[in-house]
Design a protein around this ligand. Structure first.
Ligand code: IMP
Length: 197
């Protein structure tokens, strides 16, 4: 059993699907944690460790925590660690995927270099061991939304080698190639090698 330090239903589904039959995954809600765990680091890795350590220290469970985001080369790596709140104003307005996509599309108007990547850092504290896994998927930013699946920036991100956005893929298709899917695959490979599954 492991706690995944998130309450994002989409992410929980992704992770539960990948670990199905191998490890039972509990959410923060499942363990009665309703605080907004601080994520104040300036790197994905730092935030992932911050969340994992919080759960371990306050609740004592083995846990995993991820921090992900989108890096757009033409914008110097923005929105990066600010992906979730990219369009948010000081009073908290604009903290949603639609506003984030509108802002990114506006900043990318007239930009011909549209390459970008999703990146995930996944911190694992399990059976006395601490490990970090990184997952990356390269792609490009579309000029408009395509598809209605997924979450976050999915409708405007097309992974390299495909002619569909993440939001036009089934969850299984996305999981197989996504940044989080790749980080999780590495974690499963590691746990299998170490006979911890
Ligand atoms: P988190 O750290 O995984 O919660 O991700 C931070 C933000 O990055 C999310 O709120 C989304 O805006 C964006 N993001 C992360 N992963 C994805 C994804 O798979 N698709 C679309 N957007 C994502």
């Amino acid at each position: 059993m492991i706690v995944f330090a998130t309450n994002n239903a989409h992410k929980l589904d992704e992770v539960r699907q990948i670990l199905k039959g191998r490890i039972e995954v509990l959410s923060l809600k499942d363990i009665g944690c309703d605080v907004d765990i601080p994520e104040t680091a300036d790197t994905f890795e730092g935030n992932a460790w911050q969340k994992a350590r919080y759960v371990k220290e306050h609740y004592g469970y083995d846990c995993m925590a991820d921090d992900s985001g989108l890096e757009v080369d033409a914008l110097g790596g923005e929105p990066g660690v600010h992906s979730a709140r990219y369009a948010a104003t000081a009073d908290g307005r604009g903290h949603d995927s639609e506003a984030n996509m509108d802002l990114l599309l506006a900043k990318m108007q007239n930009k011909s270099a549209r390459n970008a990547r999703f990146r995930t850092a996944l911190a694992l504290m399990y059976k006395g061991d601490e490990q970090l896994f990184n997952g990356v998927v390269e792609g490009r930013i579309l000029t408009a939304r395509h598809g209605t699946g997924g979450f976050g920036y999915d409708p405007i991100f097309m992974p390299d080698g495909y002619d569909r956005s993440f939001a036009e893929m089934s969850p299984e298709q996305k999981n197989a190639i996504s940044h989080r899917g790749r980080a999780l695959q590495q974690m499963v490979q590691y746990l299998t090698q170490e006979h911890k599954l």
